[in-house]
Each structure stands twice: as structure tokens, then as C-alpha cells.
Design a protein around this ligand. Sequence first.
Ligand code: SF4
Length: 550
Amino acid sequence: MVPPTTTSSRRPAQRRGEGQWALGYREPLNPNERSKKDDNPLNVRARIENIYAHGGFDSIDPGDLRGRFRWYGLYTQRKPGIDGGRTAVLEPEELDDEYFMLRVRIDGGALTTEQLRVVGEISQTYARDTADITDRQNIQYHWIRIEDVPTIWQKLEAVGLSTTEACGDSPRVVLGSPVAGISADEVIDGTPAITEIVRRYIGDPAYSNLPRKFKSAISGLQDIAHEVNDVSFVGVEHPEHGPGFDLWVGGGLSTNPMIAQRLGVWIPLEEVPDVWEALISVFRDYGYRRLRHRARIKFLVKDWGVEKFREVVETEYLKRPMLDGPAPEQLAVPIDHVGVHEQKDGKFYVGAAPVAGRVSGSTLVSLAKAAERAGSRRIAFTPQQKVVVLDIAEQDVPGLSEDLTKLGLQPNPSPWRRSTMACTGIEFCKLAIVETKARALSLVDTLEERLADVQSTLDTPVSIHINGCPNSCARIQVADIGLKGQIVTNAEGKQVEGFQVHLGGGLGLDSGFGRKLRGHKVTSAELGDYVERVVRNFVKQRAEGERFAQ
Ligand code: SF4
């Protein structure tokens, strides 16, 4: 699709240009835009293969290291031993370790057991056995050396996986239902659309220089956090045309969180890739490129409103109107697929919970073997940092459940293990202020021990999301209890790790952002006591059937 090159008659009155290409602003207005214009970030792959993998860490150009590497899923990880209080005062290069985080994109979260084994073996060989399941269905490694990256790519690509555009100002992994095509409840299977989008557009230089990241999701079920993606296609039945998708745009968290809005259209499965291309093109051409913190599509949708957004999509890009469509009936809470469930073909799937997505390469290799022993060849990761094993005959469910439990992947977890998520945190993330994964683990242990008496009274688990900084990689604003890492003052007046608390956020029927109460902060050491108090108060005061976010 060719971007408009002339100034549009729609040009709104603006005090200052926002760097929108479609309005004629092609000169970069910040260093990120300059870097992308100077050299398409996809070109960095050849330099990694031909220069940096041979020359080692010190041979890497700083512009590639802290910029273009992201287009292949590579970030430098945090140098060990630098405490969170120093995150903001040090220069980026002082925080850089010479090892990398590497993100593998897993579109739709779907893997064969063969792919899973390769992902696990790469971790064992090149990543010190690290592997985290992210809340965007990716796998994230740590301790990667630049020298090993070309070999890792070869191994991934040999089984149809890649790290292309896993990070950067690019079309990131497309979320999909972990149980697409087998769920008895889904309206429609979105897998063909995800496959086609990846085939057509991922790695295409025409879409590799966006104003910022572009997060999309496609599912016939409400299991992809559709309210907080840049664009989401959500299964809905049209009264005349049958199953298709309702389109949501402009969601996002971090600073300035916004819930996505419906465009009010109905899209048949075969048209989803074309509509996705029109949406990403509007973002590329009209998205704001002056200030990084205003560069997500949500700001454009907010300023234009959904009517104008739809009109531009239809008239300038699709060149045809879209059909009006009905809204899907919002579920009370999103589906997480944990536990044992019957598929529509009579087989079963088993969803299991590690704590906050933390697994290891060895666990993933063993998981592939366990799934195959139970007759399965497919697994999927979920947007809640869980894993689902698909296509199990009924008689094999108990054996698989036992194997999963031995691997630390519980198919029948406590509500605390089931609903706690955490981002990468200070262990590896350069932006982090506090520890998150280990904190989640100790919190789950504490709550399982102390709140065993109230577990059975909670109809839906109380979700606890832990972030290591003010960004929202673990979606804190839409958790019942959202914890934003920061340095706080403890009772003795000392500066220690802690959290700003957000209470009462949620997705589904209660979708909205948690309230940030002034001064409502807790130290990391007091976290277990705090959550116990909040949950006991909720249990004591709630009306019958009341959810935490209500
Ligand atoms: Fe890093 Fe902050 Fe994201 Fe956590 S929320 S992974 S600390 S940027």
C-alpha cells in the first residue's frame, strides 16, 4: 500500500507539527526517528551476522546496540549489582551488560512440540537455561552472547520460528487464542488471519518504521486482553453474515493508559489481513513522530475519535466501506484456560501455571516430552504467562497432569499462583527499579500459606500484577491489585524497594483502570501482609457474587 504523499485536506489546526508523514513531515524530529531514517532497522541483521558476531560486543555500533537491535528481539540486559535507586541517575551505557535479552516471537502463542524442544534446547545451550513466558505469548531468553545470535537464528528458523520484529517500532507478535480451532466456545478460529499477516507483513520494510510499537491481537474468544491492544479483532456473530470479527482500536497501558474503542464494524475472516494492513498504514502515516511518549496509536485515535479514524481507514486505505457490525457480549472476566477443558472434537486441553511465567529451557524440553507422552504434538502460551497442552485423549489427562505438576506447571493452581503476573524486573531490565519475578514467587508462597482459608470463597481469583517500573509490561492498571515498582520510604525512614498500589482495575465487563490512591505505597518486605489485609477485607465486606473490580 502506497502512503499518501501530499498534504491532506483533513489536516487539523495544530500549534506544532507532530511529525506525521501523511501531513508532509518527513524530517526526523527526535533521535529515534533519525536512526530509523538513516538506516532501515531490518538492515542490522546483516551486520550482526557479518560483523558483530565475529568482532564481539565491543565491535557493535552504539546506534545499532541501543536502537536497531530491537527489531530482532535483542536488548542489552542490566549489568548485575546495580540497585534500583541508581536506575534513573546512570547513563544508559553504564547499565548495559554485554549479554542480551532475546525475545522469540510466537504468533498466536502456538508451538508444535518439536518447536518447543528447540526453544528449550537453545536456552540450555546459549541462555544459561533461562526462559520466561511473557504476557504477549513470547519466550524471552537472557545471557545471550552476540557471538551466538546467528546460530540461534538458524536453529529457530529451521523450525519456522524467528525473532524478527519481536521488539522495536514495528508490528510485534500477533496475539491469538491459545485454543484457537479447538475451543467449543469460540465464535471463529482466527489462526488463518494470523498466519497470513505474518507471512505478508512481518519483516517487510514497508512496515518496519512505525512511530512506535504496534500491538495487535486476533481471537474468536475474549482471551487476548483486547481492551488494551493497539488493534484487536474479537470474534462476533453477525445476525446476517455469520461469524467474523469486531474491531477495537486505540488501547494501551504504560503512562496515559486508554481502553480501546470499537470501530463498530464487522470483518469477515478473509478480510482481516487487508484491514490489518490498512490500520498499520494509518498508524505509519498519521501516527505522531515528534514525542516518543505520544507516538502510540491510542493518541491518534483519541484526538481523531473513532468516526474519523474509521473514515480515513475506509476512504484512504481500504478504498471501500466496512460493514457495520454488532458488539460481542462482554464476558465478566477474560478466559485464562487454566485447568482441564474439553475440546470441540472430544479431546481435552490442559492449562497449567508456572509462577509469573518463569520457566527454564530444561522445563520446556521436559514439557515437550510430557506432551508427546500424552499423545499431543501442540502446546500454546497464553497472554497470562501460562501454558496449555492441546489434543489430549481423556485417559491421558491424569498422567499429563501429574507430569506437569512435577515440572512446576500446576494444572490446578491456587488462585494466587493462577492470577499473579510479573514483568522482567531488576534482575535483567535496565529500566527496572525493583525485583519482580522472585517477589512474585515469594508472594504466591506467602498467600498460599496464609489465605488457604478464604480461597474457596473467591468465585474469581484476585489478580495481582507486579511491575518493576512505571511502564506497564505486566498490565498493572487492569489488575485487581496492580503494583508499580518504585523506591519508597519504610517505617525507619530508609529508602527501600516498594510499590505504588493501584486497586480495582480489570478487563471484561469491569474493564477500567485501578485507582491510584495518593500515598498508597507498600514496601516489598511488607507486600505479603498488605495483600493479605486487602483480600481479607474484601472477603469480609463483599456482597454475594461481587467481583473485586466492581
Ligand atoms: Fe522493565 Fe519496567 Fe517493563 Fe518491568 S515494566 S519489564 S521493569 S520496562
